[in-house]
Design a protein around this ligand. Sequence first.
Ligand SMILES: Cc1ncc(COP(=O)(O)O)c(C=O)c1O
Length: 346
Amino acid sequence: MDPIDLRSDTVTRPTEGMRRAMATAEVGDDQYGEDPSVRALEEAVAGLLGQEAAVFTPTGIMATQILLRALVPPGSEVVCEANAHVVAYEAGAAAINAQVQFRTVTGDQGRLAPQQVRGALRPVGFPNTEVGAISVEETTNRGGGAVHGLERLRALRAVADERGVPLHGDGARLWNALAATGEDPAAVGGSCTALSVCLSKGLGAPVGSLAVGPAAVIADARVWRRRFGGAMRQAGVLAAAGSYALAHHRERLGEDHANAHAIAERVAAVHGDLIEPTSVTTNILYVGTGDRLASEVAAELAEQGILVAAFGPHLLRLVTHLDVDAAGCRRAAEALVAALAAPERP
Ligand SMILES: Cc1ncc(COP(=O)(O)O)c(C=O)c1O
């Protein structure tokens, strides 16, 4: 039996329909601009997110990196949340690739507050480090899948505009945010100057992200993709998986959110101090382990075929996705409740 794998929404396997779409995709050499499947995906995503253009990349990190490179002058500072993926989990990529430094602020559940960001902008003028961009993550990974939403994004954009810098969006899970709020994708996408989105998280594609934004920015980002070695050839087989995911897997993201919430409710019913269910609005939940070591709880669950991620000495992360159904999530919740109640093994 396959494990119930809740470590991340990146562990999904392509569905039969997706594999068929990949196998039958029309392809060409994308670096000659001749791959129809890549072009169709880029145009569709740009249109959907209210932006002029998009460029397909192998990973979310590459999409972010080429955007930062295209948007931000080297030697300047990107203001972001302290646990944002771009600063915490990209192996220092932005320091090397875009040659920027970060100024971090601690938000609520990983979300930036416009006033707080305004306060973190250094004064203009030598020798102050120049502010190059504000970067916002939607949804927040380390923040437990929290959603900024359109109003807050627009307020952050207003702060960026006041300062004359771009608002960069890391939209690895933007689709989850849109599913949670029901907001207009074009309005949300258009609230950022430029943004990255992933197809390989909740949407279930095996590979693929896009950098999306104004035509001039994306033209520049395309050059940086080539420089970073991320320009591909018959990438239509991969783009077809992404187009399939957008057409068939977006609608169902609400199920993942309901499953995550149900796990949170069940755990909180027994261990009310270890999770606050109202904080779980999309597909990510963090659960404290109290006195128990997270690594030991995770190991016990793994023995029962349930995989969760130990994210700190006393913190677990669970992420719901299309390869785990409601029954699987219920089983995981019961096992987790029992493991959290069990005494420490000698
Ligand atoms: C918020 C966020 N941004 C960016 C990424 C990077 O995506 P990739 O692994 O495709 O490079 C991730 C990956 O999980 C993420 O959670």
